[in-house]
Design a protein around this ligand. Structure first.
Ligand SMILES: Nc1ncnc2c1ncn2[C@@H]1O[C@H](COP(=O)(O)OP(=O)(O)O)[C@@H](O)[C@H]1O
Ligand SMILES: [Mg+2]
Length: 231
C-alpha cells in the first residue's frame, strides 16, 4: 500500500504538486491520470526519494522509501525506461539489478521470460532497443526483486495495442496476487483499460478520485450560463 499525505512541491513559482493526498491499495491497480505537466512524475519521484517534498509525506507499506533497507525487494520502480546505459545489453542490466539486490542468478532469465524478451533481444545493446522493448526491460527490472508494490510512470508509452494488453494482463495478475500497482498516464483510455481505481490530477491538484466504475458513471458536464432559460 502507498500512502500520500498532503504533499506539496514548488519549483520557483510553479506549484508542481499542490496538497496531494491519496492511497493506492493492495490488490488493486491505481491509475494516476492527468495531462502533461499535471505533477504526476513529481509525485512519483517524491515517493521514491528522488525529489524532496516541501511538505507532506509519502510512505510505502508504512515506511518512507529511504528507510527501506533493500528497496528493490519492497518496491519496483520504472520512471524512465530510457534512463539506462545504452551500451549495456538487456541481460547485463538485469544482471546488475540481480546482483545489487542479492538475488539468485536464475531470476534474470525468469524475468526475461516474464516480459517476453527473447535471448537474442536480451543480448542486444539497449541503445538499439525500441521504446517498447525498453519499457519491457524496465518492467523486468522493477519486478526482479519480487516486490509488493510497483510504481510505474507512463509505462504504456511506446507500447502498441498488443503491448498494452500484455501489460494489462501482467499488472492484473500482479494485483490479483495481492500486489499494489500505481501507474501514471496522460491517456484516459490506457488507464480505463488497466486500472481499478483512478486518481485524477490537474495543475498539481487532485481533481477527482474513486473506483473506475464510480468515476465513469458520474461522467457528465455542468453548464452554467447568464441566461439559463435561453440556453
Ligand atoms: N526539476 C524541475 N524543475 C523545475 N520545474 C519542474 C521540474 N520538474 C517538474 N517541473 C514542473 O512541475 C510541473 C509538473 O511536472 P511533472 O511532475 O513532470 O508533470 P507530469 O509528469 O504530470 O507531466 C510542470 O510545470 C513542470 O514544468
Ligand atoms: Mg511525467
Amino acid at each position: 500500500m502507498i500512502t500520500i499525505v498532503r504533499l506539496t512541491k514548488k519549483y520557483g513559482t510553479t506549484l508542481a504538486v499542490d496538497d496531494v493526498s491519496f492511497t493506492a491499495e493492495a490488490g488493486r491497480v491505481t491509475g494516476f491520470l492527468g495531462p502533461n505537466g499535471a505533477g504526476k512524475s513529481t509525485t512519483l519521484r517524491i515517493m521514491v526519494g528522488l525529489t524532496r517534498p516541501d511538505t507532506g509525506s509519502a510512505t510505502i507499506s508504512g515506511r518512507t522509501y529511504v528507510d527501506l533497507p533493500n528497496p528493490g525487494l519492497e518496491v519496483g520502480v520504472l520512471l524512465d525506461a530510457s534512463a539506462q546505459h545504452a551500451g549495456r545489453t538487456g541481460r547485463e542490466i538485469l544482471t546488475l539489478a540481480q546482483q545489487f539486490m542479492g538475488l539468485p542468478r536464475a531470476r534474470v532469465e525468469e524475468m526475461l521470460e516474464t516480459v517476453s524478451l527473447t535471448p537474442t533481444e536480451a543480448s542486444r545493446r539497449v541503445g538499439d532497443y525500441s521504446l517498447g522493448m525498453r519499457q519491457r526491460l524496465g518492467i523486468a527490472t522493477a519486478l526482479i526483486g519480487d516486490p509488493e508494490v510497483l510504481i510505474l510512470d507512463e509505462p504504456a508509452n511506446g507500447l502498441d495495442p498488443a503491448g498494452i494488453r500484455w501489460m494489462r494482463d501482467l499488472l492484473r495478475g500482479y494485483a490479483d496476487r495481492g500486489g499494489t500497482v500505481l501507474l501514471s498516464s496522460h491517456l484516459l483510455h490506457e488507464i480505463e483499460v488497466i486500472a481499478d481505481d483512478i486518481v485524477m490530477i490537474g495543475l498539481g491538484r487532485i481533481v477527482s478520485m474513486g473506483t473506475k466504475t464510480e468515476l465513469l458513471h458520474e461522467a457528465g458536464t455542468v453548464v452554467r450560463a447568464a441566461d439559463l432559460l435561453a440556453l
